[in-house]
Design a protein around this ligand. Structure first.
Ligand SMILES: Cc1ncc(COP(=O)(O)O)c(C=O)c1O
Length: 433
């Protein structure tokens, strides 16, 4: 029954009953850390099996006809096999690909560092020489994106997410009116945390919109392009590079991707896809940084995953492990909270997260209550710039790490904590604990 329709006496009774339930959970002594989106050990085991036995050392000569066991500056953009791999995954030409190291986040951070120090080939001056640099940040979003901007001293402007992607009316009007706005963060497929897939219209508008800054860039973080949970619902997002080319803005997007959640987080390979002008620009700086990233890991990955189809087969096995965790979370939310009128949540068909919106002013308290009951969640506010959710409402649930039984229990604890925090607010009384 809708809590808002209950009288105060009934709400207090309900609060007392939920309080007893939370204490029962506490007595179980659960300890579960769900603060980050990491795969559970069964997923890692599948990948480990796939990689075990791959020998990259005996035969080190591959398509580039060079010994991958030594320095080779001509392979600065990565070995051919790895560039072909990401070209197929991201649906771009091999000439548009640069392979990085074990983390796409590292490439994003590095890109900002370079832009601050030198700008890009369309910049009048390094970004650090501008009076201000601002970035558009669709919210809720990925905390590590926001952390990079904060660290670099870039002002973040929040833009609300819709079911189609960022609110494009807001994005367009901001981007065309302020030349200090240099770009936008985007997670176009199964966004973190909403699980949103940008609509075709959104992608086209991002590609074609007028920007006051000539050197405006879209940081297109395509971390979850292959991470479908349901086989019959495999979605895809419109090709941003192609759309930007059609719109006459070929160098607007920097596309980032990695195999972190395909092979092993922290030990995968990453890539940037961009226009050939951007590729040239990036390599002109990268050559001072490195003679090239880990070629052995590149070849190891392309032996394990010779093509996109092999990734799809592998991702289906991973989805079979992760899907039940998402399903049990959603069904528990529906059973426990549905119809109470106190919260809403996303039902993603892929990616790593469920985005939960509690009654305003309750998220921090819910997360605190969960921690007391042994379930650690991503801190409140993390999905917003500067770690501040103005409504104190959004919570990122990361169901991928726990085992199924742990997730089932964590979802029940979570729902009890949501109810208690809301009831506490509605009854505005003192706490029972
Ligand atoms: C949207 C998004 N981008 C990037 C990353 C990190 O990727 P990588 O391991 O390639 O640095 C994550 C990890 O959670 C993510 O959610």
């Amino acid at each position: 029954m809708d809590y808002k329709k209950m009288d105060k006496e009934r709400l207090i009774e309900e609060k007392e009953s939920v309080f007893r339930k939370i204490n029962e959970f506490k007595a179980l002594g659960i300890k579960l850390n769900m603060s980050r989106g990491i795969p559970n050990p069964r997923v890692i085991d599948i990948t480990a099996k796939k990689f075990s036995g791959i020998d990259v050392y005996t035969s080190r000569i591959h398509k580039d006809n060079a010994d991958l066991g030594t320095y080779n500056q001509s392979l600065l953009a990565g070995i051919r096999e790895a560039r072909e791999f990401f070209a197929e995954i991201l649906d771009v030409g091999i000439e548009n690909i640069i392979i990085g190291g074990n983390s796409s986040l590292n490439l994003m951070f590095d890109m900002f560092s370079q832009l601050m120090l030198h700008g890009n080939f369309e910049s009048e001056r390094p970004w650090c020489r501008e009076d201000r640099v601002k970035f558009l940040c669709p919210v809720p979003g990925y905390d590590r994106h926001f952390a990079i901007c904060e660290y670099m001293g870039i002002d973040m402007i929040s833009v609300p997410m819709t079911e189609q992607g960022p609110d494009m009316d807001a994005v367009e009007s901001l981007a065309c009116s302020d030349s200090s706005i240099k770009g936008i963060w985007c997670v176009p497929m199964y966004s973190n945390p909403d699980g949103c897939i940008y609509s075709e219209n959104t992608v086209r508008r991002l590609a074609a919109m007028k920007t006051a800054a000539a050197d405006f860039r879209i940081f297109w973080d395509n971390a979850y392009s292959m991470h479908h949970l349901f086989e019959n619902e495999e979605k895809c997002v419109l090709n941003i590079l192609e759309e930007c080319m059609k719109a006459g803005n070929p160098s607007r997007p920097y596309i980032f991707s990695s195999t972190s959640k395909i092979s092993m987080p922290g030990s995968g390979i990453s890539a940037i896809a961009a226009s050939t002008d951007n590729v040239r620009d990036i390599l002109s700086r990268m050559k001072y940084q490195t003679i090239g990233y880990d070629k052995m890991n590149m070849i190891r990955h392309t032996i394990a995953f010779p093509d996109r189809a092999s990734v799809s087969r592998h991702m289906k096995k991973i989805a079979d492990i992760l899907r039940p965790n998402f399903e049990v979370t959603i069904s528990t939310l529906e059973r426990e909270l549905g119809g109470l009128g106190i919260a809403g949540w996303s039902c993603p068909s892929g990616g790593y997260f469920i985005s939960f919106n509690a009654m305003e002013g309750c998220a921090s308290r819910i997360i605190g209550l969960c921690a007391e009951a042994g379930v650690v969640l991503t801190p409140a506010g993390s999905t917003f710039p500067y770690g501040v959710d103005p409504l104190d409402s959004n919570i990122r649930i990361a169901p991928t790490y726990p085992s199924y039984d742990e997730m089932k229990m964590a979802a029940e604890i979570f729902c009890a904590c949501v109810k208690y925090a809301v009831l506490e607010k509605m009854t505005a009384g003192g706490r029972d604990d």
